[in-house]
Write a protein that binds this ligand. Structure first.
Ligand code: SAH
Ligand code: SF4
Ligand code: F3S
Length: 439
């Protein structure tokens, strides 16, 4: 059993949340807290939450409910992240045993909030509104991912898509200086990482406050940090996807062969209702640029089905787009009405069963597209970065530069470590993964 100040932290939601948690953990450790593996062992229980869809939010309240009994044993609860910012002080009403509620824009104040918690205060809030223009930079990042170093280059979102909570939960767009991003990239390499992932809700909306580098320039500069072997970036917004991004993908070999470009819908009418600020044709033009790159760039996307007013015809257009682009991965979601968003006032005329059936049709079709795409790798030798063992199968699992999962066997007596690289001959393919042998 750990003694002294201990904490348990669980993260929900996107990679930005996962990386925020690394910074929160670093901050807590700097304040003298020790991390433990379960709620039962911890003095302070923190949930870093997500509210992107109804189910994500419900998960958080279920978890709080499951463990509220621990409050009687003197444990304190903190709710961080997007549900915290969205619900604010209402969380104290719904879960009175929670002592601290903070959105991501207030994490700079965590040390001070922790002091107040230790002094016995019970309703501590960090709920910056969208006015903040400060990024969450901390020297106390405690990196939890053994093979990938995350760098948030831009926080928040100013796009206000009609369905989305993010602009309300994460505040306005604010970028870090290119100098500080490059310094962090160097630190990550010095710690032994060879893969970096640049993060932002809209990573390519990046604007250097010092006006030195464009997003494409920054991508190239990170890719040229000595020691870097792989650079990923997510999520790109079609509206800000400029041609020079493809040019640097062509020019800098360390940039991975993958672009995640969420389309949301294949119907320009629905895109307009969503306030996505682009049309189907505009999107497909960017896809054509990416497909014309000198090396094969893998494409993935996010799609929402059943947005208010989506007709059968609109949905067919999404299906057509799927067939045209031939993505390697699609994250499909049923539209979920969210608090504060304009779409909530639109008539949500599509029954849940219809949304579910559209999603199924979409995912079934996509599976067939991927079956073909993945089969093209049969007989190829791919460079795979090892992520860890896959004990169920006695294999090692990792990813190709195109972000495709590869499960492989290795003749070495000691399994290759996370973060190491292997050349893998692909001997079998599935719609979602590749299988092979290290050569
Ligand atoms: N900034 C990124 C997306 C971040 S949110 C972009 O604009 O592309 C991740 C995904 O969640 C979105 O791409 C969208 O497909 C989905 N999503 C967001 N809000 C949603 C909602 N209210 N209902 C269903 N899916 C939603
Ligand atoms: Fe949400 Fe749209 Fe911003 Fe993406 S661009 S985070 S979908 S508001
Ligand atoms: Fe969820 Fe917030 Fe990320 S709502 S998806 S954790 S930005």
């Amino acid at each position: 059993m750990a003694t002294g100040k201990t904490f348990y932290l669980e993260t929900f939601g996107c990679q930005m949340n996962a990386h925020d948690s690394e910074k929160v953990i670093g901050t807590l450790e700097h304040e003298g807290y020790e991390r433990v593996d379960s709620e039962e062992e911890a003095g302070l229980i923190l949930y870093n939450t997500c509210s992107i869809r109804d189910k994500a939010e419900q998960k958080v309240f279920n978890r709080l409910n499951d463990y509220k009994k621990l409050h009687k044993a003197g444990k304190r609860f903190a709710v961080l992240g997007c549900v915290a910012q969205q619900e604010g002080e209402k969380i104290f009403d719904r879960a009175p045993y929670v002592s601290l509620v903070s959105g991501s824009a207030s994490y700079r104040k965590l040390p001070e909030m922790l002091d107040r918690l230790e002094a016995g205060e019970t309703r501590i809030t960090g709920l910056d509104d969208r006015q903040t223009d400060e990024a969450f930079e901390t020297e106390f990042t405690s990196r939890q991912n053994p093979y990938r170093g995350y760098i948030t280059i831009i926080e928040g979102c100013d796009k206000f898509c009609a369905y989305c909570v993010v602009p309300y939960t994460r505040g306005r767009e604010r970028s870090r200086t290119s100098a500080s991003v490059l310094a962090e990239a160097q630190r990550i390499v010095d710690q032994g990482y060879t893969e970096i992932q640049l993060l932002g809700q809209n990573v390519n909306s990046y604007r250097d406050p010092d006006e030195k580098l464009s997003f494409a320039d920054l991508l190239a500069a990170v890719g040229q940090v000595p020691g870097i072997r792989r650079v990923r970036f997510t999520t790109s917004h079609p509206r800000d996807f400029t041609r020079d991004i493809v040019e640097v993908l062509d020019a800098v070999p360390t940039l991975c062969d993958h672009v995640h470009l969420p389309v949301q819908s294949g119907s320009s009418r629905i895109l307009k209702a969503m306030a996505r600020e682009y049309t189907r044709d505009w999107y497909l033009e960017r896809i054509a640029w990416i497909k014309a790159a000198r090396r094969p760039i893998s494409l993935s996307t996010d799609i929402i089905v059943g947005f208010p007013g989506e007709t059968a015809e609109d949905f067919i257009q999404t299906m057509d787009l799927l067939a045209e682009v031939e993505y390697d991965c699609v994250f499909g979601f049923k539209y979920s009405g969210r608090p504060n968003t304009p779409a909530l006032t639109m008539i949500d005329s599509i029954p849940e069963t219809e949304k579910a059936s559209r999603l199924q049709v979409l995912l079934d079709r996509q599976r067939e597209i991927q079956r073909v795409n993945y089969a093209n790798h049969l007989g190829q030798t791919l460079e795979v970065m090892v992520e860890g063992p896959n004990p169920a199968r006695g294999q090692v699992t990792g990813r190709s530069t195109q972000n495709k999962p590869v499960n492989f066997t290795s003749a070495q007596p000691i399994a290759p470590a996370p973060g190491s690289y292997a050349q893998v001959l692909i001997t079998a393919t599935h719609p979602n993964s590749l299988v092979g042998e290290a050569v």
